[in-house]
Design a protein around this ligand. Structure first.
Ligand code: NDP
Length: 268
């Protein structure tokens, strides 16, 4: 799918939060063998080196891969962000990343505007193909857009059937920012929901496949995580069926403000 600067991102990628550093290369290798071409890591996950090792070992051409990493909160600020980016590249063993995100706005620290200027410089210098944000609320997005420079390509937010963040999705759309869903399976808790199980059985699919399909059909980028090879493959096998409008409406009806992670308004 195309981002607002014209570059393409695979709509379905592979996330590696909480994958232990010494297991990351194996999980990413399984993902690449399965067919995933987009990997989502972060400096804060401390497993960028494992991602880089798997990329290198795969032998896949660099331009067939889409690698995202994120700036950790303590590194916000102009100079610190530039240095942190160099450190991430060194960990990954890459010459550039495809997407670099500010991990959290941490609004009370009020550094995200300076940080955004640093990311804009990295983008202007061609060291990253797109820049974006994560966990940004509409007011934070408006402030960045108001600078008159580069508008974020992506806003990666917690989003799953129990927390659909419609207001943020609308703010993203209004500004031309793609919505990327983190914890798209609500860390697996949503998979036990009877309504999702019923839809899965109607399609002879699994609950995880139905939830990923729900994201894809609504135009979001989605990055499920698993360290289990069979699940890594299961989560990629999400073509060849379509949810009906009624089924999508049923899943839309599961919203219950079910946040699993921190609230970006107060997470500093
Ligand atoms: P997910 O919603 O992707 O769920 C992952 C959990 O679900 C794991 O426990 C996994 O188990 C399990 N699981 C995965 N597939 C299946 C399946 N087919 N059947 C049953 N269980 C399954 O949660 P994450 O929080 O990991 O989010 C995904 C990615 O989003 C992260 O890895 C990270 O890249 C990103 N993220 C970004 C954040 C941000 O602030 N920007 C915050 C949080 C996440 P197992 O691994 O044991 O197989």
């Amino acid at each position: 799918m195309q981002l607002n600067n014209g570059i393409d991102i695979p709509q379905l990628g592979f996330g590696v939060w909480q994958v232990p550093p010494d297991e990351t290369a194996a999980a990413v290798t399984t993902a690449l063998e399965t067919g995933y071409r987009s990997i989502d890591t972060a400096a804060g996950y401390q497993n960028e080196a494992g991602v880089g090792a798997a990329v290198k070992a795969s032998g896949l051409p660099r331009d067939e891969l889409f690698i995202t990493t994120k700036l950790a909160n303590p590194d916000q600020g102009y100079d610190t962000a530039l240095r942190a980016f160099d450190a991430s590249l060194a960990q990954l063993g890459l010459e550039h990343v495809d997407l670099y995100l500010i991990h959290w706005p941490t609004p009370a620290r009020d550094l995200y505007v300076d940080t955004w200027r640093a990311l804009s410089k990295l983008y202007a210098d061609g060291r990253v193909r797109a820049i974006g944000v994560s966990n940004f609320l509409p007011e934070h997005l408006e402030r960045l857009a108001g600078l008159g420079g580069v508008v974020p390509a992506v806003n990666q937010i917690e989003l799953h059937p129990a927390l659909q963040q419609r207001e943020i999705q609308e703010a993203n759309a209004k500004l031309g920012i793609a919505t990327e869903a983190w914890s798209p399976l609500a860390r697996s808790t949503i998979l036990k929901d009877p309504a999702i199980a019923a839809i899965a059985s109607a399609h002879d699919r699994t609950p995880a496949q139905v939830v990923i399909r729900w994201h894809l059909q609504q135009g979001r980028i989605v990055i499920p995580k698993s360290v289990t090879p069979s699940r890594i493959r299961e989560n990629f096998a999400v073509t060849g069926f379509d949810l009906t409008d009624d089924e999508i409406a049923t899943i839309d009806g599961l919203e219950n403000d079910g946040r699993t992670g921190p609230n970006p308004a107060t997470f500093n």
